[in-house]
Write a protein that binds this ligand. Structure first.
Ligand code: GDP
Length: 432
């Protein structure tokens, strides 16, 4: 969602205004200048459009004096936001401090809207002419406290933010797309057969969906799933099915086409390099993942013990994946696949509210700040979730973060929010 930064001197009513914009009744306001609020970014929605509001009052630049502090806010805002609300106290008018900040905002070329807050009545509103001198055009009078003009302000904000993305109404969705991958002879065709037989009939047609001719619709656990590239799986081993190169192209196309991928392993053999490559393909493509250890019927107690150890060792880079021990031959635990896929897809589509995400970031930064590097300590200013499928997070920071610290943030995100079965992506946008 596009980002709107709210900038202004302490005590002009930024937090009250932010609360008004995000539609929260209970204003959380610290009326003490310079007090750091712990939550700084929020989701807002107006007439079906979504945006993120960032309250720069929550930042604590190192600067001591007010002028430097607001300058730092303005600078950060110009580098991280798509548009800026510059808030002044309509009863006080513009100050020198305001003028310095405005200069910086205007240089950025970003759209800036001048808001005269505390315009509680017509009398204050009539007195705003002096604010034209800031060079930001007509001041927009509001009373954040009473809500006066706040609807009009929201309309105006939408007009300066970049075009949607509008809220995408959930389209009636066809069946979820599943790919079944694994090295030759691991049991893909057998599993497909198992899934297509018994109570799980192959389905020819689902109203309103078109299915690629190489795909199949299969009912698993009361739900219709689209198995992608089943034509490739039906071809029996030993028949001329092309080169290994061709097979791997086919596999990566199937992964791309899928939403969730079941990677089959030989439970009675070691995890091979080829298995690892498949896993990397899935995580790099950003697909939800279920690991299935097939031929479990051949696994004896000794092997079971070693397998545990091996899985721990070999698969420790993806501890979040769902794991199921199955037998395509006997049908053991095959019914566990659908629930595992559902969990993985839920995580894949999970969205963390911006307020909650930033509470998490603030707590994390306080408990375990980034190490100081050559005299500087980069800080995470705020975070947003830029997308789903899989969840993608963007950290807006005051400087580059160590790769290790980014991994730490990712690990902590998982600890707090889970995402079982789905990769997540964390990227950093550092202020220059
Ligand atoms: P694909 O190449 O991955 O499609 O593997 P296939 O489905 O053709 O299976 C290869 C061989 O493994 C066949 O002989 C299957 O009967 C056998 N197989 C598949 N799944 C199992 C299983 O769960 N247990 C046992 N014991 N054998 C299996």
């Amino acid at each position: 969602a596009p980002v709107l930064a709210v900038v202004g001197r302490p005590n002009v009513g930024k937090s009250t205004l932010v609360n008004r914009l995000i539609g929260r009744r209970q204003a959380v306001v610290e009326d003490i200048p310079g007090v750091t609020r712990d939550r700084i970014a929020y989701d807002a929605q107006w007439t079906g459009r979504r945006f993120t509001v960032v309250d720069t009052g929550g930042w604590e630049p190192d600067a001591k004096d007010r002028a430097a502090r607001i300058a730092a806010q303005a600078e950060i805002a110009t580098q991280t936001a798509d548009a800026i609300l510059f808030v002044v106290d309509g009863r006080v008018g513009a100050t020198d401090v305001d003028e310095a900040a405005v200069k910086m905002l205007r240089r950025s070329g970003k759209p800036v809207l001048l808001v005269a807050n505390k315009a509680d009545d017509d009398r204050v509103e009539a007195d705003l002419a002096g604010l034209w001198g800031l060079g930001l055009g007509e001041p927009f009078p509001v009373s954040a406290l009473h809500g006066r003009n706040s609807g009009d302000l929201l309309d105006k904000i939408l007009s300066i933010l970049p075009e949607p993305p509008a809220i995408i109404e959930e389209a009636p969705r066809g069946p979820r797309r599943v790919a079944l991958v694994g090295r030759p002879n691991v049991g893909k065709s057998s599993l497909l057969n198992k899934l297509s037989k018994e109570d799980r009939a192959l389905v020819d047609d689902v109203a309103g969906t078109t299915v690629d001719p190489v795909d199949s619709l299969v009912e698993i656990d009361g739900e219709i799933w689209q198995l992608v590239d089943t034509a490739g799986l039906r071809r029996r081993v030993g028949q001329a099915s092309g080169t290994e190169y061709y097979a791997s192209l086919r596999t990566s196309a199937a992964i791309e086409a899928a939403e969730v991928v079941i990677v089959l392993f030989e439970a009675s053999e070691v995890i091979s390099e080829q298995d690892q490559r498949l896993l990397s393909m899935v995580t790099e493509a950003g697909r939800a993942l279920v690991m299935a250890f097939n031929k479990w019927d051949l696994v004896d107690d000794d092997r079971r013990y070693y397998l545990e150890k091996e899985v721990e060792r070999e698969l420790k880079r993806i501890p979040w994946a769902q794991r199921v021990n199955i037998s395509a031959l006997t049908g053991r635990a095959v019914d566990k696949l659908a629930p595992a896929m559902r969990i993985a897809l839920n995580s894949w589509e999970q969205r963390i509210p911006t307020g909650q995400l930033n509470q998490f970031i603030t707590a994390l930064s306080q408990a375990n700040p980034h190490p100081v590097r050559s005299g500087k300590q980069p800080k995470i200013l705020f975070a947003t979730q830029a997308g789903v499928c899989p969840p993608k997070f963007v950290l807006f920071t005051s400087g580059n973060l160590d790769a290790g610290y980014v991994r730490y943030v990712e690990r902590r995100l998982r600890e707090d929010f889970g995402f079982p079965g789905s990769p997540i992506q964390v990227t950093v946008k550092a202020r220059k």
